[in-house]
Design a protein around this ligand. Structure first.
Ligand code: NDP
Length: 337
């Protein structure tokens, strides 16, 4: 059983050498009397929150990875044997699994049986999985959006951002996204239907860039990056604007996080800024699937993935999130079936 092991806790930017591939023998059997599920992993998801699990954390919503053990994360898998009556041999599932060829997992709230196989299976790590739910719940539940409002999305071409932009367009909003390369900016406009997009790395003055696209201000900011971008957005928000704080990837590798200077705008502009975690919204998952699967099949919602092939490519793929190497949702294909 090939595995991706985290060697040690990480400081600063993660490197491929923080992980190693090991081959171990495991017994592919459900332990007597347990409700564990033995699976073959097909697709693994690379997600920014995994960076926080590479350090020693206490009292957070997730646990640290165990150095010397396989990395864990979201994935799509096939059930080989099940001690849980909810799952049968041959079922396809998505949820928390290991970065290895085969895993023995204890089903938690986030192990879902896949019913609709008429879409690419890897989508269950993205649009039909955790990032999809993040975009849906974050936009519709946290942002309180209304038709005609102005929306700004950062890290807009990524797993979550590309969907937030499309959901906002479906509602009839004016949507602008930022991303870190020309290729990504082009994708935002040509593929995902953003009204405008810009490369934040090429802007000397982020606030001036936002003013260019939002002369009358921003109603909704879907925050994925934090830091300087948040500061620039705050001064460009409209009265009674909403900020959904989904993530702050620009801060994840810093030993000392940057300060935010313009928080006083929350008061003067009566802005509501709200953090959220997707886990609190999984009860909406069936409703989300009912909405999004027909939209995918009709080609009205599109999804771009960046697929790395083979478990060996997983460390490079994961590390690449923090330099913007991924174009779209970063997935690792372990096995096609
Ligand atoms: P992405 O697919 O967007 O991948 C990460 C992207 O972030 C990179 O491609 C890069 O794009 C951008 N990035 C990396 N470093 C920086 C930086 N220093 N400054 C600005 N941008 C940077 O990831 P996801 O869509 O999966 O996640 C987006 C955000 O949502 C993350 O902050 C994540 O933690 C958060 N999240 C939160 C959840 C929740 O429950 N609250 C659930 C899921 C995700 P570029 O080339 O544009 O710089």
């Amino acid at each position: 059983n090939k595995q991706v092991i985290l060697k040690n806790y990480v400081t600063g930017y993660p490197k491929e050498s923080d992980m190693e591939i090991k081959n171990v023998t495991i017994k592919l059997k459900v332990p007597e009397g347990s409700n564990d599920v033995v699976v073959k992993n097909l697709y693994l998801s690379c997600d920014p929150y995994m960076r926080s699990r590479m350090r020693k954390i206490e009292g957070s919503y997730v646990e640290s990875f165990a150095p010397g053990s396989p990395i864990t994360g979201y994935g799509v898998a096939k059930v080989l044997e099940s001690g849980d009556p909810k799952f049968q041999k041959g079922d396809l599932v998505w949820g928390m699994t290991g970065w290895e060829e085969y895993s023995i997992i204890t089903p938690t709230q986030t192990l879902f049986k896949i019913h609709d196989k008429d879409v690419p299976l890897s989508y269950y790590t993205g649009i039909l999985g955790m990032p999809g739910m993040t975009a849906y719940a974050g936009f519709h539940e946290v942002c309180s959006p209304k038709k005609g409002e102005t929306v700004f999305v950062s890290a807009a071409s990524g797993a979550v951002g590309q969907l937030v932009g499309q959901f906002a367009k479906m509602l009839g909003c004016y949507v602008v996204g930022s991303a870190g390369s020309k290729e990504k900016v082009d994708l935002l406009k040509s593929k995902f239907g953003f009204d405008e997009a810009f490369n934040y790395k090429e802007e000397q003055d982020l606030s001036a860039a936002l003013k260019r696209y939002f002369p009358d201000g921003i109603d909704i900011y879907f925050e994925n990056v934090g830091g300087k971008m948040l500061d620039a957005v705050l001064v460009n928000m409209k009265l009674y604007g909403r900020i959904a704080v989904c993530g702050m990837i620009s801060q994840y590798n810093l030993e000392q996080t940057e300060g935010v200077h313009n928080l006083f705008c929350l008061i003067t502009k009566r802005i509501r800024m709200e953090g959220f975690l997707v886990f609190d919204y999984y009860h909406l998952y069936p409703k989300y699937l009912e909405m999004v699967i027909p939209q995918i099949k009709a080609g009205k919602v599109v999804y771009v993935e960046d697929v790395a092939h083979g478990l060996e490519s997983a460390p490079t793929a994961l590390v690449g999130l923090f330099s913007g190497r991924n174009i779209g949702k970063q997935v690792v294909m372990v096995s096609r079936e």
